[in-house]
Design a protein around this ligand. Structure first.
Ligand code: ZN
Length: 500
């Protein structure tokens, strides 16, 4: 590596450390911090962000980037060096448009907003949350105003979570998805009696569920020497370094699949973080950037593996042993794939999940464009939920207050979840072509071959490539709805014993 590239790398390494420190504080806030700690924590988060922002946007960084670019001198565009410089330059050019006070206030408001949201959700009290949400939306609008050259306001926000992706492209993909999902869900509702999921409901003590989750995660590669599993109001995964992966779940004593598949989901995120190549650590390439790619990993493990026919053979004995639920693999597989419109996104089945995302994607654009007032948001949510799902939202905790994202200012993030499903569909298809006897291995509880394939093709690259670039390399196509829909229809035809 040339000396100027090395100098840039060293400069950026301290920013990576600050990023990890902020991640640890966020993890602590959502798992350990006593509620009254929120005031001090918000100031600490804002200070860390301010220091990182000032250091990154300093002209020194620009000079180091320029010198490193000049020194690349014909390095292949896909090399770590060339990508490091390109990604650093893109992020630097974005960050320097944002005033340091705005960056710090975004962090402070996110920290405070989260704590208020926890209380508002527990009390189902939107009025309590409303001023904080209004502040976050105003900050997002101020952030948008820092940029130009985009087709619409929402593009600016989306670009932070899915670099290079435009709102119009997402709307096109979601339009195709919705067109297929709505009639599919209607057909399955007519045949609801074909699938019995009653045995999934009952009384399952947390300690028994914890054993089931630990046994399952061990198959995936959860290693207690480098990982932690904790409880959070809203499950998430983060990492504080390659060998320090933190995942969370939440326990529901009346329905065991929530914690089990939630934990598999977060473990999928954790495997991605852990799998980033060692040489990319403490560089901008070591921080994942495409949340669609990230989500493709969690959704693939949660649904394609976890709720798959093959893995049910490995899971059924564990469910019997840990919970005393005597379901055979076939009944377990069919039960966990029952399609039923419900209120909570993170617990939604695979068919209705996309509709939850489309609802949020549409509402967010209207909030950012000023077409929808914050005070009208709960009513708009409930009305559209009725139109899409045919259900009356009973209270805001089961509606507009259910997700953590808006409390933390994460607006523009939701579309990446459904993009993740589409990307997972394409990767899943390719993994079957590449890995011999993949389904047989999964049925035997051998998940390492799949994990290693993902590590080689996806994880190790970190943020060297955008989601579209990575897909072009691995499957030779951009993001498309076809593979995901084919997978989903084949599975549900199998589960419901129907022609779809
Ligand atoms: Zn996720």
């Amino acid at each position: 590596m040339s000396e100027p590239v090395e100098q840039l790398r060293n400069h950026l390494a301290t920013l990576s450390d600050l990023h990890n420190a902020a991640a640890l504080l966020q993890w602590d806030q959502q798992t350990m911090m006593p509620p009254r700690g929120r005031g001090a924590r918000a100031e600490t988060a804002a200070t860390l962000r301010r220091i990182a922002h000032e250091r990154f946007t300093a002209s020194e960084t620009g000079a180091l980037i320029d010198a490193a670019r000049a020194a690349l001198d014909g390095a292949p565009p896909d090399s770590d060096e060339a990508r490091l410089v390109a990604v650093a330059r893109r992020r630097w050019e974005k960050a320097r448009r944002v005033p340091v006070e705005l960056a710090a206030e975004l962090a402070r408001a996110a920290s405070i907003g989260h704590e208020v949201w926890v209380q508002a959700r527990a009390e189902s009290n939107f009025a309590l949350f409303e001023p904080y949400l209004r502040h976050n939306v105003e900050l997002a609008c101020q952030y948008v105003a820092c940029f130009d050259g985009y087709d619409c306001h929402y593009d600016v926000l989306l670009d932070d979570y899915e670099p290079g992706m435009r709102t119009a492209e997402v709307a096109r993909l979601f339009g195709q998805l919705k067109e297929e999902l709505v009639p599919l869900i209607a057909t399955l509702r007519e045949h609801a009696d074909r699938v019995d999921d009653a045995p999934l409901h009952g009384r399952f003590p947390v300690e028994s569920q914890r054993r089931l989750v630990e046994r399952t995660l061990a198959l995936m590669g959860f290693d207690p020497m480098g990982w932690r599993l904790d409880e959070a109001v809203h499950p998430f995964a983060t990492s504080v370094g390659r060998d320090d992966v933190r995942i969370t779940t939440r326990w529901d004593e009346s329905y065991f699949p929530a914690a089990l598949f939630g934990a598999m989901h977060e473990c999928g995120h954790g495997l991605y973080e852990e799998g980033i190549a060692a040489e990319l650590q403490r560089t901008p390439l070591g921080q994942t950037e495409s949340l669609g790619l990230h989500e493709s990993q969690s959704r693939l493990w949660e649904n394609m593996v976890g709720r798959g026919r093959s893995f049910s053979s490995a899971l059924a004995p564990l469910v019997r042993e840990c919970l005393g639920v005597g379901l055979d693999a076939e009944r377990l597989y069919r039960a966990v794939n029952k399609v039923r419109p419900s209120f909570i996104r993170v617990e939604a089945d695979e068919a209705t999940y996309g509709l939850h995302i489309i609802l949020r994607f549409e509402l967010e654009q209207e909030l950012i464009d000023g077409a929808l007032a914050i005070s009208d948001l709960p009513a708009a949510w409930n009305e559209r939920f009725r139109a899409s799902f045919g259900l009356e939202v009973p209270d805001d905790a089961h509606g507009v207050l259910q997700d953590v994202h808006w409390s933390a200012g994460l607006i523009g993030y939701f579309p990446t979840y459904a993009l993740g499903n589409l990307i997972a569909g394409e990767l899943w298809e390719r993994a079957h072509a590449d890995v011999a006897d993949l389904e047989e291995r999964i049925a035997a509880g051998q998940l390492a071959p799949l994990r290693e394939w993902l590590r080689e093709n996806v994880h190790r690259h970190g943020s060297k490539f955008t989601a579209v670039e990575l897909l072009e390399r691995v499957v030779g196509r951009p993001i498309e709805v076809g593979p995901f829909l084919s997978y989903l229809k084949a599975k549900l035809a199998d589960v419901y014993r129907l022609e779809l």
